[in-house]
Design a binder for this molecule. Structure first.
Ligand code: ARG
Length: 457
């Protein structure tokens, strides 16, 4: 039965009905919808808008529906949308009284409320999965505090860095994502119910009571805005997009670092895939897929922004298009976070290979320039001397560590015996003692700070 059929002489055309329906996807909102209805009916009973016993009968009916769906005894299949489904099912179960549930509300404030409840729970789940990933990153950081790896700029070896600092860097990014989801949750935690279709309601309802029952922090202040606001969906999709950006970068590193060319990490067989034609292949399909799926989450963000941009106030059916992108984005984000977290815990690090690579490519040249600058040579000149030295070493096919003091002094007489220690791979990373830098004590402090922030979540 349609909730609105009284106005019409004939039933809706079957194709039009199929096109209009949202139940096939908005059935995901069943729990939020039933819980919001219980709160609404409870409030109506307490305010005397409905007789107490009728409100109680309605709540009992709604709870039995919720229990049956939970137990897999009731399939959510029939109806225009989840709201029609729930109301029709209620009337089936408790009879005429069920028809009173929709007093003082509209599907417009109902769906806005359901969706806020849903996104609130989804943001909590995102935070918890991000936290799991941060904990794995931190564990990998703790095990690698004595490993040195190349730090890259422009994907060229730049300077040796502490491997733990690398994992800490991603942990910082995901902690920011956690903060963003928490902000998004705080901003969406406002109750729209009671705004009715668009203008509010003439019934003496108590919106504060509904707010309390559903655990919202406040009630919306403008009914026109409340029924048409989907900022929180766009914001959630932005949070998801940026988290996917970070995950995608980490996956790009994973693909590179596990290649034969880099050889820094190894993906165990359980998380690798093969080729149907090349028997020797071991492919990084999982991180590639995560990187690929990032585009699809961005697409959903663009989609919702475009859906919203031309809408006249207040509710428009276009808003029904908010759900599929949201659901697909959360599914994608959650599956990517889970699989990558598992993969990262299983990855094997190859410290020797990382250390050797860290010393290649004249990666300690900055340390040579700094050595001269510390002895009074202006940094720009020190840079030029060192450039010349590197050019000489390249011509000799030698690393800086293989040059003799005489060779150093031939370029600049300021060099002394101790320069040979300064060009060491580990010494280079160890010298970066500035706050947040790559030296062991700074990296240790980084780990402690991340751990403390994670514990607070
Ligand atoms: N399925 C609709 C949606 O998702 C529910 C609200 C319908 N409201 C209306 N006035 N037709 O937006």
């Amino acid at each position: 039965m349609k909730l609105w059929e009284g106005r019409f002489e004939t039933a809706i055309n079957a194709d039009a009905d199929a096109f209009n329906r949202s139940l096939p996807f908005d059935k995901r909102l069943w729990r939020a919808d039933l819980e919001a209805s219980v709160a609404h009916a409870t409030m109506l009973g307490e305010c005397g808008v409905l007789p107490k016993e009728e409100a109680e009968t309605i709540c009992r009916g709604l709870r039995s529906i919720l229990g049956d769906i939970e137990a897999g005894k009731l399939a959510v299949e029939e109806g225009e949308d989840i709201h029609s489904f729930a109301e029709n099912e209620l009337v089936k179960r408790i009879g005429e009284t069920g028809k009173k549930l929709h007093t003082a509300r509209s599907r417009n404030d109902q769906v806005a409320t359901d969706l806020r409840l849903y996104v609130r729970a989804s943001a909590d789940r995102a935070v918890s999965l991000l936290k799991d990933l941060c904990n794995v990153l931190l564990a990998r950081a703790r095990e690698s505090v004595h490993y040195i790896m190349p730090g890259f700029t422009h994907l060229r070896k730049a300077q040796p860095v502490n491997c733990a600092q690398y994992f800490n860097a991603y942990c910082e990014m995901f902690l920011r994502d956690i903060g963003r989801f928490a902000d998004c949750r705080a901003r969406l935690n406002v109750l729209p119910l009671g705004s009715a279709a668009l203008a509010g309601t003439s019934y003496p309802i108590d919106r504060e009571r509904t707010r309390e029952l559903l655990g919202f922090a406040s009630v919306s202040q403008n009914s026109l805005d409340a029924v048409s606001d989907r900022d929180f969906v766009a914001e959630y999709l932005f949070c998801a997009s940026l988290a996917m950006t970070h995950l995608s970068r980490l996956c790009e590193d994973t693909i590179l670092y596990t290649s034969d060319e880099f050889g820094f990490w190894e993906i165990p067989d359980e998380y690798s895939t093969g080729s149907s034609i090349m028997p020797q292949k071991k492919n990084p399909d999982l991180p590639e897929l995560v990187r690929g799926k990032t585009g699809r989450v961005y697409g959903h963000l663009m989609g919702i922004l475009t859906t919203l941009k031309g809408l006249p106030l207040a509710y428009n059916k276009d808003l029904q298009e908010d759900k599929e992108p949201l659901f697909d984005a959360e599914d994608t984000l959650f599956s990517c976070l889970s699989i990558y977290t598992a993969l990262l815990s299983a990855i094997r690090l190859c410290p020797n290979r990382m250390f050797i690579a860290a010393g290649e490519g004249y990666s300690t040249a900055t340390d040579v320039a700094d050595y001269l600058a510390r002895r009074g040579v202006p940094f720009r000149d020190a840079h030029a001397y060192t450039g010349k030295l590197v050019r000489y070493a390249i011509a000799q096919k030698k690393p800086l560590t293989a040059l003799t003091l005489e060779e150093f002094r031939a370029v600049c007489p300021v060099f002394e015996e101790d320069v040979l220690a300064a060009v060491g791979t580990r010494a280079s990373a160890e010298s970066r003692t500035s706050a947040g830098g790559s030296a062991y004590p700074a990296v240790r402090r980084g780990i402690a700070s991340l751990a403390a922030r994670l514990r607070k979540i």
